[in-house]
Ligand binder design. Structure first.
Ligand SMILES: C[S@@+](CC[C@H](N)C(=O)[O-])C[C@H]1O[C@@H](n2cnc3c(N)ncnc32)[C@H](O)[C@@H]1O
Length: 251
């Protein structure tokens, strides 16, 4: 089968599978574009990217619904292979900076973004860096990798970096329903045990109850505009928070 037909098939399969992880508006064409950006990478990496791609529908949906089209300075903290940054870049105007601590993931993101003007990746530690002023900050499946005090520090730094109407969008996991939490906690513990992220992290995921997430966020001078529980049959208890700096709330 020619390569382009193979990609057609992969694109359709991945798009169908993605519905299992929640509703969203990532189209087959978006899948195609994302798949194409990583085709020069080893097959092992492409599979990791595909596995991530099928989980992103509800996250991109929240971004479409809650981030104003006027947002023009984005930062994606702990951007991994750069997939979310690249999907955002293909749909929105403005610049996007992805920051990643793992040297291998950073290198993959950079390679995937080769030739794209508005997307930049930076190798760095989000717990230590000074976050530049941003209209949108993304923390997608990252905070759980840090102990309490560092989670708090990152959120305080995000609150400070948000511009007047800026929005911080956090996606993480929570502890309900219990069976999803049990599954996700085990899966992630194994990943951390085997150093799946190729960077220093805690040994056990720091997921929180909804009350505890709310408390952490509001303690960082952030106001929660929306709390969204991701509804899907997949065994991941995803939760999304849309936040603004409490000192300049306008939503
Ligand atoms: C579960 S992955 C999520 C990646 C990406 N946000 C996504 O949604 O596809 C968590 C990422 O955070 C990165 N990370 C962990 N600690 C970090 C740190 N201190 N600074 C920057 N990135 C970090 C990991 O290397 C990993 O790529």
């Amino acid at each position: 089968m020619p390569a382009s037909q193979q990609t057609d098939v992969i694109e359709k399969i991945l798009h169908s599978l993605s519905r299992f992880f929640g509703e969203g508006r990532i189209t087959p064409q978006d899948f195609r574009r994302a798949i194409d950006l990583y085709t020069s990478l080893p097959f092992r990496i492409q599979i990791q990217v595909w596995a991530r791609l099928i989980c992103l529908q509800p996250i991109l949906k929240a971004i479409e619904e809650y981030i104003p089209v006027t947002s023009d300075r984005w930062i994606d903290l702990g951007c991994g292979h750069g997939l979310v940054s690249l999907l955002v870049a293909s749909r929105r105007k403005g610049t996007i900076l992805g920051v990643e601590a793992s040297p291998s993931r950073f290198a993959i993101a950079q390679r995937a973004a080769h030739g794209l003007q508005d997307v930049t990746f930076q190798h760095g530690n989000i717990a230590e860096m000074s976050i530049p002023p941003s209209t949108t900050i993304l923390l997608i499946d990252v905070l759980y990798l840090f102990p309490d005090d560092i989670q708090q520090r990152i959120l305080i730094n995000c609150a400070r970096a948000l511009t007047h109407n800026g929005i911080l969008l956090i996606k993480d996991n929570t502890t309900v329903p219990r069976w999803k939490y049990g599954y996700t906690n085990c899966e992630e513990k194994l990943k951390l045990l085997f150093r799946a992220y190729d960077t220093e992290t805690i040994k056990s995921p720091n997921y929180r109850t909804p009350d505890s997430w709310r408390h952490l966020i509001t303690q960082a001078n952030l106001q929660i505009h929306a709390e969204l529980f991701i509804k899907s049959p997949a065994p991941y208890p995803g939760i999304i928070y849309v936040c603004q700096n409490s000192s300049h709330v306008t939503l």
